[in-house]
Design a protein around this ligand. Structure first.
Ligand code: A3P
Length: 287
């Protein structure tokens, strides 16, 4: 029943920003208690880190060499967001293992994951590119407020006063708990550099045997240009009430280092100093 931008309401839950009617407190609580099955696979990301890309790659890998039966379904049907109100009823009755997605932080995610039930693929991306991607997504999306300008959005992001909260806390909390979880931690940048090696890593983690030809096909379908043109992955069929297709594209640029074209020198220096303060001991490098 979403008709205009004003129908979306931001709200805070556990100090984190969400948007109704995509989210609700009941739905978030339900997600926190979600009954994870041992063979469920969760794609976990901070928004704009390559979620859709991983939904495509992982669902095709899990397709047991039968790409045709998977590829025409939209990615968000193949790997539904556990915290999205759209999917609750369907997921409630699931008895078969699922591929699922969440942007939730560690604390708010399904508790079962923290007790080693289910598998997790966490995708991380250079925060500077996340900021740029997220800035343009706020312009494109109807459910997020259009930022005043890049400078304002950068500050808001660093404060963690954005959709799904602080990037810094998200990555730190998931990363520091990764030994207790069956987790594969990958970066957007490493998959970008070598998609074949990325797919191989994910295939192994998911314990799937695939024909060489199938791997070539997955690589082809996971290319940026292909996903941009494919109705199952480009979100073009999603209502204009959710995404304003005149103001953007979901597959916007798909490159590493777009921040260089968007950060001013002073903004970059400022962000580096914050990063240094908060993440100096963080072992993951984004290149
Ligand atoms: P840009 O805005 O930098 O282009 P998410 O799916 O988490 O919302 O992330 C969206 C980002 O992933 C966008 O980044 C989008 O272009 C990029 N992306 C989507 N599909 C991709 C692909 N096949 N290859 C590389 N990047 C992709």
């Amino acid at each position: 029943n979403i008709t205009t931008k004003t129908d979306f309401q931001e709200f805070l839950h556990n100090g984190i920003r969400f948007v109704s009617p995509i989210h609700s407190v009941e739905q978030l609580d339900w997600a926190n208690e979600y009954k994870v099955l041992q063979d469920d696979v969760f794609i976990i990301t901070y928004p704009k880190s390559g979620t859709t890309w991983m939904q495509q790659v992982a669902s095709l890998i899990l397709g047991n060499n039968d790409i045709d039966s998977v590829k025409n379904k939209s990615v968000y049907e193949r790997a539904p967001w556990v915290e999205d109100c759209l999917f609750q009823r369907r997921l409630d009755s699931q008895t078969e293992p699922q591929l699922l997605t969440t942007h939730l932080n560690y604390q708010m995610s399904p508790n079962a994951l923290k007790h080693n039930v289910g598998k997790v693929i966490y995708v991380a991306r250079n925060p500077k590119d996340v900021i740029v991607s997220s800035y343009y997504f706020h312009i494109y999306s109807q459910f997020l407020k259009t930022p005043e300008n890049f400078e304002q959005f950068l500050k808001q992001f660093v404060e963690g006063n954005v959709f799904y909260g602080s990037w810094f806390d998200h990555i730190r909390d998931w990363y520091s708990n990764k030994e207790e979880i069956s987790m594969l931690f990958v970066t957007y940048e490493e998959i970008h550099r070598d998609i074949r090696a990325g797919i191989e890593k994910i295939r192994k983690f998911l314990g799937k045997e695939l024909d060489g030809k199938i791997i070539d096909t997955i690589i082809k379908y996971s290319k940026f240009e292909n996903m941009r043109a494919d109705p199952a992955t480009n979100f073009l069929s999603l209502s204009k009430d959710l995404l304003d297709h005149d103001r953007g594209k979901f597959q916007r640029k798909g490159i590493v280092g777009d921040w260089k074209y968007n950060f001013l020198v002073a903004q970059n220096e400022w962000f580096d100093s914050i990063y240094q303060e908060r993440m100096a001991d963080f072992p993951v490098k984004f290149y």
